[in-house]
Design a protein around this ligand. Structure first.
Ligand SMILES: [Zn+2]
Length: 197
């Protein structure tokens, strides 16, 4: 399981670096574009008529269409920040080359302990949306601060804030070369943000 965690976390750093993303909130559209994954809102399709009820009630999913990966996001779910987590999670399935032949509709933010693809997608989503190295450079601790700067839901921010406290205690930042590169890529953003506060 730690291997799954590491793989998803390292991939999140790779993706931030490859996409040249250098500021918060993370632009997920940039990631989708670079990895050639189309993002479609339910309301722009007739998907809810064609597919089963669980689709309509779920947050979204990723599937192949004509050999390409497409992400469908349930835009009837009102919280924009929750939809951002769903999109990051589905991007995780796409970028991590998960088996998306079978569609999964449900995206719980609570980690799945048995389905490793779901677990990896959540780890990826969290690390992309809320990179620990950047939060630590800004000395960010609370759920509210994380919600605001990362544009994530309260649930996501709570999980991240708890994780950050552990990392702060152990001072576990920037020990991996990829994480150090991410930190450098955000240098300008970190400087500007500090000046404002
Ligand atoms: Zn999933």
């Amino acid at each position: 399981m730690y291997e799954n965690y590491k793989k998803a976390r390292n991939t999140s750093w790779d993706v931030l670096l490859n996409c040249g993303i250098s500021k918060l909130p993370i632009s997920l559209g940039v990631i989708a574009d670079l990895y050639d994954i189309k993002v479609i809102a339910y309301s722009d399709t007739n998907i809810t008529q064609v597919l089963k009820n669980e689709v309509v009630e779920g947050d979204g999913f990723i599937a192949y269409s004509g050999g390409k990966k497409e992400i469908y996001i349930n835009d009837k779910i009102n919280s924009r920040n929750r939809r951002r987590f769903t999109l990051a999670h589905e991007l995780g399935h796409g970028v991590l080359n998960h088996d998306i032949g079978t569609v999964h509709y449900r995206n719980s933010e609570i980690d799945n302990q048995t389905d490793m693809q779901e677990f990896e997608a959540n780890v990826f989503a969290r690390n992309v949306l809320m990179p620990a190295t950047v939060l630590s450079a800004l000395d960010i601790h609370t759920t509210e601060e994380i919600m605001k700067i990362c544009e994530v839901s309260r649930k996501s921010a709570e999980i991240r804030a708890a994780r950050m406290e552990l990392l702060y205690k152990r001072n576990m930042f920037n020990s991996h070369p990829l994480e150090r590169k991410v930190r450098e890529q955000f240098n300008q953003f970190i400087k500007t943000y500090k000046k404002q506060t």
